[in-house]
Write a protein that binds this ligand. Sequence first.
Ligand SMILES: [Zn+2]
Length: 266
Amino acid sequence: MAGMIAVIAMLGWLSGLAVNLLADSLPHSRRWAGPHCPGCTAPRPPAAWSSLLAIPLGAGRCAYCGRRRGLRWPAVELIGIAGFGLLYARDARPATLLPALLVGFTFLLITIIDLEHRLIPNVIVLPAAVVLGAIGILDPGRGAVKVLTGGLAGAGSFYLLYLMGGVFARAMARAHGRPIDEVAFGFGDVTLAGLIGLIVGWPAVVLALLIGILAAGVFSLGHVLVSLLRRSYSAFTPIPYGPFLVLGASLVYYGGRALFQSILLP
Ligand SMILES: [Zn+2]
């Protein structure tokens, strides 16, 4: 038992390290790069690869530029360990655990990159769509029709929102006499909505995206109120939508049928 816990913790920790590495390299180079300092891009020595180990060992600062490592790196390693452990405890059967781990890995990576760069790279979404779509199609509980309808519904509905956002931005630009380059939805949100549709399938995608839009709306409202109180209000401060869509999708995917039914069939 203790051995199993150690193996799970180790795998979770390695997953966290992998998420950190990909989040550091993909937005810049579109491909995997070795552990490096985000400040000066100097490669990190193996002793500094893990922030959980490096910070207590006094290697939290880059040896070249002195940049201190942010909280994201150790936090993601801890989330990897906790997430792996929770998913293993929830259902250890490989047919459930492996997709659940892949979905968690993808969602965590997308959330971090969207928060840090306002970007949802295709280099993550497209391979994830192929792999997780195939897993859903092969799953007897979902099948091709549910999975593909979910993907089309997710991407299609967000593509319409994306087009409407463009029309709105052009109208506002005309009204204000200056271009407004910040749009509500980016195209990355369209691809993410499609990926979420493939993952949770039809009709769960409707609930997943509605929760995401609602959560983003509540957050924006809070943000506007706080800005008004601080007298720093700007109508065009964009918020990254990805983390909210991931939140809705996670609730539906991990909450499963129980959550779906408790909301639709009270
Ligand atoms: Zn550095």
